[in-house]
Design a protein around this ligand. Sequence first.
Ligand SMILES: Nc1ncnc2c1ncn2[C@@H]1O[C@H](COP(=O)(O)OP(=O)(O)OP(=O)(O)O)[C@@H](O)[C@H]1O
Length: 276
Amino acid sequence: MRVRGLVKRYGQRTVVDGLDLEVRRGEVFALLGPNGAGKTTTIEILEGVRRRDGGEVAVLGADPARAGRSWRDRVGVVGQTAGASAALGVRDTLDHFARYHAVPRDSGELLAAVGLTEQARTRVDRLSGGQRRRFEVALGVQGRPELVFLDEPTTGMDPVARRQFWALIQGLRADGTTVLLTTHYLDEAAQLADRVGVLSAGRLVEVAPPDELGGALRRVTTVSWTEDGDRRSVRTEEPSTVLRDLLAAHREVPGLSVTRPGLEDVYLQLVEGGTR
Ligand SMILES: Nc1ncnc2c1ncn2[C@@H]1O[C@H](COP(=O)(O)OP(=O)(O)OP(=O)(O)O)[C@@H](O)[C@H]1O
């Protein structure tokens, strides 16, 4: 998937502002970004359900704005259950939609993968919010798509369901499926994604593997301790030197802590920088 200079405006407002993005085949890519950053807009343009105002987009080798039925069969979209009759049972609905795919995944296996085996006979409109989300994921991957778009797939899921969902995504990845997802959960991005992109005000401010995001920001360690009743701290790229000096100067260093920024700290700094 290749995006160059993507632009989307709503009236006078530019909400996607010259976005460049590359997602490799077989990769799990997570788009992060604050509310309103343009994640959904971007993903919908890539899915071919929203028009763009500028830039070039190639998804599985085709322009989604012009791609036809055979392209659509290769792409899985989660979050759109239009057409799913809510009055039908979960299992019956899956069996119904299986007919639209050349080689559908087995309904029973799909239900197990999203943790809905016990709800197989429940009517779709009686599912809880989180169960409904899992059901949508099942529909999205039913046709064994080469590429799956998931817009905030785990919003509303309980912790157990989220773990189940992660295992499902890891299974898709093992099968070679490319996955583009958006999330507000940084632990989820760290857990699932080969690379994450941080979107802020319609631009990608950084793309990197989750544990490398924020490069230079990451290397700054904070060494803190208590001295004469006051809290002191030093930010440094060489914590061992600071520690050596501290220990040489004091017999004891009460309240000593050494912390490195985690994904969340780095993310917050990137997003603040991006909107400034
Ligand atoms: N149909 C629309 N008409 C006008 N403005 C829109 C429309 N859809 C989205 N926007 C605006 O475009 C901006 C980007 O929205 P988008 O939904 O892409 O953000 P997002 O990153 O997905 O946010 P969230 O994390 O809240 O889902 C927002 O300011 C939003 O208000």
